[in-house]
Write a protein of this length. Structure first.
Length: 833
C-alpha cells in the first residue's frame, strides 16, 4: 500500500495549509439544503453521480434515490474491469451491518466477556448512543487499568478510497487524541521488499514511479514479467485507478515485442500477452537467478563497468556464487536447475538473451510474500546489475508496473492532501497529536503478539517487545481473512478483553468482534481523492450518491462522537465536518495549482470548491513532458557521485555491512538461497502440493466476495482451486468436484478447476474467500467456502522484515465424498431486520 507517497505530499501541503481556515465556501452558496444538513448538498434523486473507488472513476445512475447502474466514466482500454459493475449490489447487499450490535456475553458482563465465545455467540442490537457509550466506557476502563499500550489499533486493510473518510487514519487520529495506541509496522503487500530495498537501493522501491512506459515501448527489446499478474492486479489502485496501466499493457501486446513470463501459474497476463511461459517451482526464483548469474560470470558476459562503478560488494558476493564460501556449493545452472525445475539450457539461454538485448524485468510482489522473501528482489537487483542496464531507457527492473499504474507519466497537479493521524507520518502540527505510540508491531506478527505478550523479537536491527493487548479496534480491514493460519489467529483474537470493529458487512472479522458499528459505503458519504498513485492525473469528487443504508454512519462521525465522550472533540475535528475537510483540502490543492500557474501553462482550471462540487466532474491535469522521459535511476547512472543512492556506500549494495552487523541466521549480508520452511524440493514433505494464494482477479481481497460477481467464478458454490490435469487425474478429481484441501494447520472445501495452466505439484487458491466455519465452537473446524489462510503458515519472512509468507505452504487435496455442507457466511445475520 503506498501510504508513503501520500503522506509525503500531505506533509508538504500541510505546511502551506496552516494559515487558511476561512468560512467554508459551500455555506455561502444556495446549494446548501437544510434537510440534508450533515452533507451540505441535496442528493440527486434521478440522474447521474460521478465518484471514485479503488476500481476506477465511476458513473452511477440513480433512479428514485437508488443506484441502479455503475460503469467506468471513461473507457480507457479494451481490458475489462467487472469490479466496476456491481456498486448497487455493494450498497444494497443483504449482509450489510445496518445497526450497532453487541455480542451477548459481552453486553452481559464486559469484565468477564466469555472471550472463548467470540465468533460463536449471539448478537444483541443496541441503539447508536448505547454503542458509543459502551465503547467509550470500556476504552476508558482499559486505559485506566493497563494504559494506552494495551490498545491495538494498527488496523490494517484496504478501506475504501477517499482522503477524508480514511477509516484507518481516523482511528489513529482518535487514538492519538486520547493518548496513543499500539500500531502496525509495514504492510502485507511488500513487507519483505520494503525493508530490504532501502539497504540495497536506498529507497523502498516497491511504491516508486517506474521508468516511463513510452520509453519501455520504444527501447525495450524484451519485457520479462517475473511473478506478476498486472492484467488482474491493475484492476485497482490504492487511491483510484486511472486505468492507463491497462492501456500500456495493451500497447505492449500490440508492439509484438518478445515477452517472457516466469511464474508457476499461467495467469491472465501470460495469456493476454501471449508470452513464453517458464514455470519454476514456487519460492525457488533465487536459485534460478543465481544460476543465471553464475552463467553470466563464468562466460564473462556481464557488465564489469557497471559492477565497478555502480555497485558495492560484488567481490564479497562472488565466493558465495562460485562455491568458495562457507557452503562450498557452486551456484551453477545445473545446481539451480535441480532446485527450480527449469532445465539448465533454458537458464543459460535466458541469461544470455537478457544480456544481449535491452531487457526490462517487471516483477510483482508474490515471490517476496514467501519464506525468506527478502531474497528474490535482492537477487533480481544483483542480476540486473550484472546485466548492466539499470538507469537506461527500457532496461533494468521495475517493481511496480503491476500496481497502481506504475510507469504512467506523472501530471503536474495540485495535490489533494488527506486527513492526518497526528503521528509522525503526517500530523497537523498540533502538540497533543504528536504523542507517538510507544510500541508498533510488524503487521503480520499480530497474532503472535496477541498470543505471546512480553516476547521480544528482532526486526531490522532492532528489538521489539510485545505489550499485553487488551483492546482491539479494527476499521477498514478483514484480518480474519487476510492473516495467515486462521485457526491460530482465532485463538489470538480470543485473548483481549474487548474487540470493536467498524464494518460495512458482516465479514468474518465483524463476526469476531464484541461491538460492531455499522458503516456507510463510500457511495453514501462525501469524500474526495485523486487518480493514479503515481500519475496524479485527476482530482475526483466523491459526492454522496444515495441515502445511508439502515443506521450506518461514517467512520468520521463515529470517532467524532467518541472524541466527545473523551472531551477532545475540538481537537479531533479541528472544528470541521467531513465536507468542510474536503473543501479545505480541495482549496489547498487549488492554491497550489495557482502557484504552479497550471491555468496559464496548460489550461487546467480549478474552480472554487462549491462550483467544483456542484459540477461533479473530475479535474484532469496534464502530464509533464519530462515525465515521459523519466528513467528510474537515470540520474544515478549519469553521475553516481553527484546523485548517489541513499545507501551507506551511495551505490547498489550487493553486500550490506549494515545487515552483516545484524548477524541474522535467516538473512545474510548478500543475496542467498535459503530453503523455505515448506517447498516441493524438501526431503520429508509434510504435504503433497505447493499452494499459492494469489490475489483474486474478481475481487479486491475479500471485497466483493459477498455479491453476485461470485457466481462468475465459484465452482460448486466454493472458491475455485486450480490443479494441474495430471495431478487431478492421479487424484481422481474433475472440474466441478468439491475437494477437501488440508494440512496440519487446517482444512477447507473448494471447487476443483482442472487445467494445464498451472505447473504440476502446485495448486492455486486465491486469497480473500470469506472464512466460513462449519462449527465456530470447534477448534480447527472446516471452512466451507475455501479461505486460503486456513492453510497458510504464520511465521515471519526473516528477522529482518518480519513479513508474511502467504505463498509458502504445502497442502493435500482429495475429492470430497458425501454431502457437502451449505455455506452460511453470506447469510444475513440479524433475523429481525
Ligand atoms: N494467503 C494470502 N493472504 C494474503 C495475501 C496473499 O497474497 N495471500 N495478501 C495480503 C495482502 S497484500 C493484503 S493487502 C491483505 C488485504 O487484506 P484486507 O485489506 O484486510 O482485505 P479487504 O478484503 O480489502 O478488507 C477491507 C475491509 O474493509 C471494509 N471497508 C471498506 N471501506 C471501509 C470504510 O470506509 N470503513 C470501514 N470501517 N470499513 C471499510 C470492507 O468491507 C472489507 O471488509 O491480505 C493479505 N493476505
Ligand atoms: N484484482 C485485484 N487486484 C489487486 C488486488 C486484489 O486483491 N485483486 N490486490 C492488490 C494488492 S493489496 C496487492 S499487494 C497487489 C499484489 O500484487 P502481487 O503480489 O504481484 O500479486 P500476487 O497475486 O500475490 O502474485 C503475483 C504473481 O506472483 C506469482 N508467484 C507467487 N509465488 C511465486 C514464486 O515463488 N515465484 C514466481 N516466479 N512467481 C510467484 C503468482 O503466481 C502470481 O501470478 O495486487 C493489488 N491488486
Ligand atoms: Mo496488498
Amino acid at each position: 500500500m503506498s501510504h508513503i507517497k501520500t503522506d509525503l505530499s500531505r506533509r508538504k501541503s500541510l505546511k502551506v495549509l496552516a494559515a487558511a481556515a476561512s468560512m467554508p465556501l459551500f455555506m455561502q452558496t444556495n446549494l446548501f439544503s437544510a434537510q440534508n444538513a450533515k452533507k451540505g448538498f441535496k442528493l440527486i434523486k434521478d440522474g447521474e453521480v460521478v465518484t471514485g473507488a479503488h476500481w476506477g472513476v465511476l458513473k452511477l445512475t440513480i433512479k428514485d434515490g437508488k443506484i441502479v447502474k455503475s460503469e467506468a466514466l471513461k473507457k480507457t482500454s479494451e481490458i475489462k474491469n467487472p469490479l466496476q459493475d456491481h456498486i448497487a449490489e455493494l450498497v444494497y447487499a443483504k449482509d450489510r451491518v445496518k445497526y450497532p450490535y453487541v455480542r451477548k456475553s459481552y453486553l452481559q458482563n464486559p469484565d468477564d466477556p466469555k472471550r472463548e465465545l467470540r465468533g460463536a455467540d449471539e448478537w444483541v442490537r443496541v441503539s447508536y448512543e448505547e454503542a458509543i457509550d459502551l465503547i467509550a466506557k470500556e476504552l476508558k476502563k482499559t486505559i485506566k487499568a493497563t494504559g494506552n499500550d494495551s490498545i491495538y489499533a494498527g488496523s490494517y486493510g484496504w478501506k475504501s478510497s477517499g482522503n477524508v473518510q480514511n477509516s484507518r487514519i481516523l482511528l489513529h487520529r482518535f487514538m492519538n487524541s486520547i493518548g496513543g495506541f499500539v500500531g502496525g509496522l509495514g504492510d502485507y503487500s511488500t513487507a519483505a521488499s520494503q525493508i530490504i530495498m532501502p539497504h540495497v537501493l536506498g529507497t523502498i522501491e516497491v511504491y516508486e514511479q517506474q521508468t516511463a512506459w513510452p520509453l519501455v515501448l520504444e527501447h525495450s527489446d524484451i519485457v520479462v514479467i517475473w511473478g506478476a499478474n498486472p492484467i488482474s492486479t491493475l484492476r485497482i489502485a490504492w487511491t483510484i485507478t486511472d486505468e492507463l496501466g491497462f492501456k500500456y499493457f495493451e500497447e505492449l501486446k500490440k508492439s509484438g515485442k518478445k515477452i517472457v513470463f516466469i511464474d508457476p501459474i499461467k495467469n491472465e497476463t501470460c495469456k493476454y500477452l501471449d508470452a513464453q511461459w517458464i514455470a519454476p517451482r514456487p519460492n525457488t526464483d533465487v536459485a534460478m537467478m543465481l544460476g543465471m548469474m553464475h552463467e553470466l560470470y563464468t562466460s564473462g558476459k556481464y557488465d564489469k563497468e557497471f559492477i565497478e562503478n555502480y555497485t558495492h560488494g560484488f567481490d564479497k558476493f562472488l565466493p558465495y556464487l562460485l562455491g568458495k564460501g562457507k557452503d562450498k556449493t557452486e551456484k551453477t545452472p545445473k545446481w539451480a536447475s535441480e532446485i527450480c525445475g527449469i532445465d539448465e539450457k533454458t537458464i543459460k539461454e535466458l541469461a544470455h538473451m537478457f544480456y544481449e538485448n535491452r531487457t526490462m524485468i517487471m516483477s510483482g510482489w508474490g515471490m517476496q510474500r514467501s519464506h525468506h522473501g527478502e531474497q528474490p528482489h535482492w537477487a533480481l537487483v544483483t542480476l540486473c546489475s550484472m546485466l548492466g542496464q539499470i538507469g537506461l531507457p527500457g532496461g533494468g527492473f521495475g517493481l511496480s508496473y503491476h500496481y497502481s499504474n506504475g510507469g504512467v507519466p506523472t501530471a503536474k497537479a495540485g495535490i489533494v492532501a488527506g486527513i492526518g493521524s497526528g503521528t509522525s507520518n503526517g500530523g497537523t502540527g498540533q502538540s497533543w497529536l504528536q504523542k507517538a505510540t510507544s510500541h508498533a508491531i510488524p503487521v503480520a506478527r499480530i497474532a503472535d503478539a496477541l498470543l505471546n505478550p512480553g516476547k521480544t523479537i528482532d526486526h531490522n536491527g532492532k528489538k521489539i517487545t510485545y505489550p499485553k493487548l487488551e483492546f482491539i479496534y479494527w476499521v477498514g480491514g478483514n484480518p480474519l481473512v487476510h492473516h495467515q493460519d486462521t485457526n491460530t489467529n482465532i485463538k489470538a483474537w480470543r485473548q483481549p478483553r474487548t474487540v470493536v470493529v467498524n464494518e460495512i458487512y458482516w465479514t468474518p472479522t465483524a463476526r469476531m468482534a464484541d461491538i460492531v458499528m455499522p458503516i456507510t459505503t463510500s457511495y453514501e458519504r462525501d469524500d474526495i481523492s485523486m487518480t493514479g498513485d503515481y500519475s496524479n492525473l485527476s482530482i475526483v469528487p466523491m459526492r454522496q450518491a444515495v441515502e445511508e443504508v439502515g443506521e450506518s454512519r461514517d467512520d468520521y462521525e463515529i470517532f467524532t462522537d467518541l472524541a466527545k465522550k473523551f472531551g477532545v472533540e475540538k481537537e479531533y475535528t479541528e472544528g470541521r465536518t467531513a465536507l468542510e475537510w474536503i473543501e479545505y483540502f480541495y482549496e489547498k490543492a487549488r492554491e497550489q495549482a495557482k502557484g504552479m500557474q497550471l491555468e496559464e501553462l496548460n489550461g487546467v482550471v480549478m474552480k472554487p470548491f462549491a462550483e467544483f462540487w456542484e459540477e461533479n466532474k473530475p479535474i484532469e491535469f496534464v502530464q509533464n513532458m519530462e515525465s515521459f522521459d523519466y528513467v528510474r535511476y537515470g540520474d544515478f547512472r549519469e553521475d553516481p557521485i553527484l546523485e548517489p543512492l541513499g545507501t551507506p556506500s551511495g551505490l547498489i549494495e550487493i553486500y550490506s555491512e549494515t545487515i552483516e552487523k545484524m548477524n541474522y541466521d535467516d538473512c545474510h549480508a548478500h543475496p542467498t538461497w535459503f530453503e523455505p520452511i515448506e517447498w516441493l524440493g524438501m526431503k520429508q514433505k509434510p504435504a503433497e502440493f505447493h499452494m499459492i494464494s494469489v490475489h483474486p482477479t474478481n475481487r479486491l481481497h475479500s471485497q466483493q466476495n459477498n455479491i453476485v460477481l461470485r457466481d462468475s467464478y465459484a465452482v460448486a458454490n466454493r472458491e475455485p482451486i486450480w490443479i494441474n490435469e495430471k495431478d487431478a487425474k492421479a487424484k481422481g478429481i474433475k472440474t466441478g468436484d468439491i475437494v477437501r484441501v488440508f494440512n496440519k494447520r487446517g482444512q477447507v472445501l473448494a471447487g476443483a478447476v482442472v487445467t494445464k495452466d498451472i505447473m504440476q505439484g502446485v495448486v492455486k487458491l486465491d486469497e480473500g474467500a470469506w472464512y466460513d466455519p462449519l462449527n465456530s465452537k470447534e477448534a480447527n473446524t472446516i471452512c466451507k467456502n475455501g479461505s486460503a489462510n486456513v492453510l497458510t503458515i504464520d511465521m515471519p519472512t526473516s528477522k529482518l522484515a518480519n513479513g508474511n509468507i502467504s505463498h509458502t505452504a504445502l497442502v493435500n487435496i482429495e475429492k470430497y465424498e458425501g454431502k457437502a455442507p451449505e455455506l452460511s457466511i453470506f447469510k444475513h445475520i440479524d433475523p429481525k431486520s
